[in-house]
Design a protein around this ligand. Structure first.
Ligand SMILES: Cc1ncc(COP(=O)(O)O)c(C=O)c1O
Length: 379
């Protein structure tokens, strides 16, 4: 079945819910049992049947099943945010004395988690640049390899299938943040990633009004470890946010196609501008990761960056002149966004030596209006 068809038909049970096309919002902490026997039997299936509100109800399981199928994984686990999915995935496989390899372009708060929490619990953390020889960085106690393709803000690409093969040969668990591509444009589990995470907050919800995360496990053993860790930490996906995600996903394919087209038009226009040094997106033909992206991904979303020919204060002035692009972080919604970054403090494995970076999210506005806004601000 094509993903578009799956998105239209997933998470529906009209016969059970008065003929309603979509599942209802189900709010519950308490789940009642018919008798003690029912309680005891349900206890044995708490991870897949309603047992306690925190572990999920019908919409939770429907969302998890839909994402697992789209991603080509075994099963998924919904949690309260994309960051929670990442920290839960990392902590599930790490203990004191272990070593973890983290992408230098990891989503920023992942770095904070590694520096402030994992290190405090005795985990050794190494940040790597994707151009480095990863095999040479693996130590006997390396347990987890964190991947993000393309990486946050600078959009560095990685050879995910090759890195998964390497990790598997050394008994290392791979954790991929696949938020940028969504499961529509890249299926991590299919190429061997053990845990794929998504900030459903972004394109899956798609309307900038909910926070939600999800982890997809490649196989049963990985799922069991993740699910146990999520339960021990009390992770939970909120009913209203699940509803908004399931609703947003119905239109994911059409929205993504539009985000991709508009981003392509913006990149082409920006690449010719004298104040733009280079475009950072694997979907841009001159990007060094373009060949890998073309080989492994079936599309690009609307998020990309430009290295600018100006200093950081000047870039801030440009951003302040934009009127259609909002200044804000959480991308993937219908609206265009712009954020200036001074990358010199953001990377440690390979120092950033170029100019400041302007990250743009191409929303669903008309591309001509967005280009007009950029032209005016850069002028
Ligand atoms: C690549 C990436 N992963 C994860 C997250 C975290 O998502 P959430 O805001 O749902 O915690 C973000 C948020 O910006 C992100 O950009």
């Amino acid at each position: 079945m094509h993903p578009e068809t799956r998105l239209a038909h997933m998470a529906r049970d009209a016969r059970r819910f008065d003929g309603a096309v979509n599942l209802p919002v189900m709010r519950a902490s308490t789940v009642l049992f018919e008798d003690t026997q029912h309680l005891k039997t349900t206890e044995k299936t708490w991870w897949e049947k309603p047992y306690y509100g925190r572990h999920g109800l019908t919409p939770t399981f429907a969302f998890e099943e839909a994402i697992a199928q789209l991603e080509g994984g075994y099963k998924a686990i919904a949690v309260e945010s994309g960051l929670a999915a990442l920290t839960c995935a990392l902590s599930a496989f790490l203990k004191s004395g272990d070593h973890v390899l983290i992408h230098d372009a990891a989503y920023g708060p992942v770095r904070h988690y590694c520096d402030d929490v994992l290190r405090r619990f005795g985990v050794e953390v190494t940040y790597y640049h994707p151009n480095q020889d990863i095999a040479a960085l693996i130590r006997p106690h390396t347990r987890v390899l964190h991947l993000e393709a393309p990486g946050s803000i600078t959009f560095d690409m990685q050879d995910i299938p090759a890195l998964c093969a390497l990790a598997q040969s050394r008994g290392i668990i791979t954790v991929l943040d696949n938020t940028w591509a969504t499961p529509l444009y890249f299926q991590g589990c299919v190429v061997g990633v053990d845990v794929v995470t998504h900030a459903a907050t972004k394109y899956l919800v798609g309307h900038s009004d909910a926070l939600l995360g999800v982890m997809v496990a490649r196989n049963e053993a990985v799922y069991h470890t993740l699910k146990t860790n999520a339960a021990r930490h009390g992770h939970h996906a909120a009913p209203d946010d699940l509803y908004l995600a399931l609703r947003g996903m119905r239109t994911l394919a059409v929205r993504l196609a539009r985000h991709q087209d508009t981003a392509g038009r913006l990149m082409t226009w920006l690449a010719d501008h004298p104040l733009v040094a280079r475009i950072l997106s694997p979907a841009y033909p001159e990007h060094e990761g373009h060949a890998l992206w073309k080989r492994d991904f079936s599309g690009a979303s609307g998020l990309f960056s430009c290295v600018m020919n100006m200093d950081y204060p000047a870039l801030c002035q440009v951003v302040d002149r934009l009127t259609l692009f909002g200044l804000g972080y959480s991308w993937g919604g219908f609206e265009s966004l712009a954020v200036p970054f001074d990358m010199r403090r953001a990377r440690t494995a390979q120092p950033w030596t170029e100019g400041p970076v302007l990250r743009l999210h191409a929303g669903l506005e008309h591309p001509d209006d967005l280009i007009g806004d950029l032209a005016n601000a850069l002028g």
